[in-house]
Design a protein around this ligand. Structure first.
Ligand code: SF4
Length: 194
């Protein structure tokens, strides 16, 4: 019974955090004439790696339909916040690249001070525990629903550390240090991969 009550409190907390986050996204996006899905698209593309900056990956990450994704990308193109580029090796693949103006919007709408202040007020240990618990919850939901896990290279079973470089075992390509911090749609968490 107590366990059920704890689960209920957790669901309430997640709901309230989600509501606050949505309200911020609406407010911050509104300052640039963007609806939430458009601002979220810019933020996703700013942190997606070269295998994940495609319209399809964007739709998967945000959990939106292809129609919504296409409209969103078109609107961002018209506002000059992104450009579409064909892949140099496979013309069927399109990459969405943020323009300078798009990057400025991402910077200007980064996590607000009051959220950072709230995080800074928590002990490091509490942040670590919350992070671990929420990551475990997210992984369980993604696994149960068959969603992609979207994570950075250092959490991935395909990430190889070589003497003077990094490499993706899945694609065989070398990775720059900065790229290993970006999120990837092909990520396979080390502990869960078979
Ligand atoms: S190592 Fe994993 S996360 Fe990194 S690029 Fe390769 S598949 Fe993606």
């Amino acid at each position: 019974m107590e366990r059920e009550a704890t689960k209920g409190r957790l669901l309430d907390t997640l709901e309230r955090l989600g509501n606050l986050r949505r309200a911020q996204t609406r407010r911050l996006g509104g300052e640039f004439g963007l609806v939430p899905v458009q601002l979220e698209s810019l933020h996703y593309l700013a942190k997606a790696n070269r295998y994940s900056d495609t319209p399809g990956a964007l739709a998967e990450y945000l959990g939106i339909t292809k129609g919504t994704m296409s409209q969103s990308i078109r609107a961002l193109e018209l506002k000059g916040y992104l450009i579409k580029k064909p892949d140099p090796f496979d013309k069927r693949v399109i990459h969405c690249e943020l323009t300078k103006a798009g990057r400025k919007v991402v910077q200007a709408t980064a996590t607000p001070e009051f959220v950072l202040d709230a995080l800074a007020s928590l002990p490091a240990e509490e942040i670590d525990q919350s992070n671990a618990a929420l990551e475990a919850l997210l992984r369980a939901m993604e696994t149960n629903q068959g969603y992609r896990t979207f994570g950075a290279c250092r959490t991935c079973r395909y990430f190889l550390v070589e003497p003077n470089s990094f490499r993706c075992e899945l694609t065989g390509e070398e990775l720059l240090d900065a790229e290993t911090m970006l999120i990837c749609r092909e990520n396979q968490p080390r502990d869960e991969a078979s």
